[in-house]
Design a protein around this ligand. Structure first.
Ligand code: T3D
Length: 264
């Protein structure tokens, strides 16, 4: 039997998904897409999982689309339907990340290029090793940023820097990515696993239903007037205020004890 293309490991409430094609810098084949989709769906469905970490095996995080994948070969008409690949693989991946019921953290252990960079940026928090880098490699092969890159980059960086990275395809070192506000944190390589796992455990102990709703509210508000955003806040707080976690959070505060959150 061949090795899994996505390794799955639980540490209590934290599930770690490791992209596992190290010889090709964990670049995406259709088969790895399918395994990652299944792994995300399984994590979303498993009630004990309260945070997910995505990382890469070996020296890379993910080099985007595997440019040698047979799925990239031209059809009988001599053309490659990349739009079909996006519809079948990258769009569902980006949307799944946005819809996860628990926080998702990218632990970027090495180069994240093309769709691999945007896979990381589509996660809720990105912690990168100091030797890691982010490359919008698309322009170099005649494509535009995908896997949500056109949506994410200007929101994270502003138009000027988003276009700068996308047009040049320049490598952005992890430290610079923090300085620009593209990612949350950069740590020494030896600290990446401990730091990202500790952060994931910390999130897992929080009211994760509210954390997922926070992501949803921030994304939705980006398209709204302030009045509409205020109305959305009221609707979502009404719902969250009726959840067990809110009662538990307030009770724990009043009783001066640590809360135990269970909603999901
Ligand atoms: O269907 C569609 O195309 C639509 C979807 C598009 C989404 C995309 O992601 S498009 C962008 C695709 N990705 C790239 O263009 C990045 C290509 N890779 C690189 O530019 C470089 O490998 C890196 C800058 C990421 C890293 O450079 P370096 O020098 O650290 O490593 P390397 O020697 O280039 O790569 C190591 C091995 O991984 C090498 O294999 P080998 O020679 O040892 O057998 C290399 O061929 C392989 N590899 C790296 N990236 C890919 C790859 N193999 C297949 N596809 C890759 N994307």
């Amino acid at each position: 039997m061949s090795d899994p293309l996505v390794l799955v490991a639980d540490d209590g409430p934290v599930r770690t998904l490791t992209l596992n094609r190290p010889a090709a810098l964990n670049s995406f084949t259709s088969a790895m897409h399918a395994e990652l989709r299944d792994a995300l769906d399984a994590a979303a469905a498993a009630h004990h999982v309260r945070a997910v970490v995505i990382t890469g095996a070996g020296r890379g995080f993910c080099a985007g689309q595997d440019l040698n994948d047979p799925g990239m070969a031209p059809g009988a008409d001599g053309k490659v339907d990349i739009g079909a690949v996006i519809e079948a693989n990258y769009k569902p991946l980006a949307l799944r990340l946005r819809a996860m019921p628990v926080p998702v953290l990218a632990a970027v252990n090495g180069v994240a290029a093309g769709a691999g960079a945007n896979l990381a940026l589509g996660c809720d928090l990105v912690v990168a090793a100091r030797s890691a880098s982010f490359i919008q490699a698309f322009a170099k092969i005649g494509l535009i940023p995908d896997c949500g890159g056109t949506w994410l980059l200007p929101r994270l960086l502003g138009r000027a820097r988003a276009l700068g990275l996308a047009l040049t395809g320049d490598k952005l070192p992890a430290e610079e990515a923090v300085r620009l506000g593209l990612i949350w944190q950069c740590v020494d390589d030896a600290e990446l696993i401990a730091t990202s796992q500790a952060l994931a455990q910390r999130l897992a102990a929080m009211p994760v239903k509210a954390l997922a709703a926070t992501r949803q509210a921030l994304d939705a508000a980006a398209h709204m007037t302030m009045e509409d955003a205020l109305a959305l806040e009221a609707r979502m707080q009404r719902d969250l205020g009726n959840q067990a976690d809110f009662a538990e959070g307030v009770a724990a505060f009043q009783q001066k004890r640590a809360p135990h959150f269970t909603d999901r």
